[in-house]
Design a protein around this ligand. Structure first.
Ligand SMILES: Cc1cc2nc3c(=O)[nH]c(=O)nc-3n(C[C@H](O)[C@H](O)[C@H](O)COP(=O)(O)O)c2cc1C
Length: 355
């Protein structure tokens, strides 16, 4: 069976999940230098910021790394939906003494485009991974021509087959336990979404590509279980969120370290697309799911002032507290140690079965 080690020439079958908004190149460097595959999320980076982060990576590691992008269709602004959303948020603006008319414009997340492809040409990372499908065939051909292996997330067997037909090198099977945005792209029906250990073996059976398991994996036994079900490796996100190299905010760290982290839900309130996070006030009072909000990623703009003001008061009421269903693996430990700990698979798998 092809493993991530044979596919990429890395030591450990561990990908540190790209996590936009909570990490930069420091986490990626630490994981790659430990023998896993570190990832740089670029969904919220300008091309020049991307260039700075990539320069930091190549200055601090010679090992393979992954660069990650979203490939959603850019939204068409809809004035009525925006007005409805602002009306829903108006009581919170009053409570926090903020001005609804002063919402900053600008889109907080851009899909992969030619600007980003230009930057990649100068760095040629070992892996480029995509969330929400794939970019246009022309852009994909450019990435491939640079020699990068192409990974993308599938949340259903249909998406895995689609990605295989479109020429990816590996599939990330993202189960419903996973923190952050659902990578779903062929359907927006949440009832199609299933758990990691139901999804993984079905995708392994349906495609001839290496499959990476993502969602709810936080310790060596979880890694061993995924490998036993045919995974070529695992992609772990939530467990890295308390590492000192992550830029996770204080309110997010506090939520992950508390009992509150046992209750997560899939919500579309923070961006317009479904994503899993710790249940907080906004999710309890307006959702967690709503049909009345602007399309991804426009919903985030009107929340930004609320989030900033509340966070300055130490409150997480309006912040996306992205987390998978299993935050029990979040520990304040260096990312290199966590990576090596996760990869104690064969040892712990063998001793667990002997016990
Ligand atoms: C805080 C956070 C941010 C995320 N951002 C991204 C992202 O930018 N790109 C992406 O492909 N996946 C993103 N994800 C999803 C991860 O790639 C992965 O599917 C997930 O973390 C795996 O589940 P786990 O969190 O239970 O380990 C994010 C996840 C989290 C927790």
């Amino acid at each position: 069976m092809v493993t991530l080690q044979t596919l990429l020439g890395i030591e450990l079958p561990i990908i540190q999940a790209p996590m936009a908004g909570v990490q930069d190149s420091r986490l990626a460097v630490a994981v790659s230098n430990a023998g896993g595959l570190g990832s740089l999320p670029c969904a919220m980076l300008s091309p020049s910021a991307m260039r700075t982060e990539l320069a930091h990576i190549v200055a601090h590691t010679t090992r393979p790394y992954n660069v990650n992008f979203f490939c959603h269709t850019p939204p068409t602004p809809n004035a009525q939906r925006e007005a409805e959303w602002r009306a829903m948020l108006a009581p919170y603006y009053r409570e926090l003494e903020l001005d609804l008319a002063a919402i900053p414009s600008g889109i907080l997340r851009a899909p992969f485009g030619t600007d980003a492809a230009d930057v990649l040409d100068d760095f040629k990372p070992a892996v480029v991974s995509f969330h929400f499908g794939l970019p246009s065939p022309e852009l994909l051909a450019r990435v491939r021509a640079g020699g990068s292996k192409i990974f993308s997330s599938a949340t259903t067997v249909d998406e895995a087959r689609w990605l295989e037909a479109h020429g990816v090198d590996a599939i990330i099977a993202q189960g419903l336990e996973a923190g952050g945005h659902r990578g779903m792209f062929l359907s927006d029906d949440l009832s199609t979404q299933i758990g990691t250990f139901a999804l993984l073996p079905q995708i392994v059976q349906a495609v001839a590509l290496p499959v990476v398991a993502a969602g709810g994996i936080v310790d060596p036994r979880g890694v061993a279980a995924a490998m036993a079900l045919g995974a070529a490796g695992v992609q772990v996100g939530t467990a890295y969120l308390l590492c000192p190299e992550a830029t996770t905010s204080p309110v997010h760290r506090a939520a992950l370290s508390s009992e509150a982290a046992r209750h997560t839900a899939v919500t579309n309130l923070f961006s317009g697309r479904p994503a899993r996070g710790v249940v907080n006030r906004l999710m309890r009072e307006l959702g967690p799911l709503s049909t009345a909000i602007p399309d991804f990623p426009l919903a985030a703009s009107a929340l930004a002032p609320l989030r900033a003001k509340a966070e300055s008061q130490g409150r997480s009421d309006f912040s996306p507290l992205w987390s998978g269903q299993n935050a029990s693996g979040c520990r304040e430990m260096p990312a290199a140690d966590l990576t090596r700990e996760l990869a104690r698979i064969h040892d712990s798998g063998a001793s667990a079965s002997r016990a």
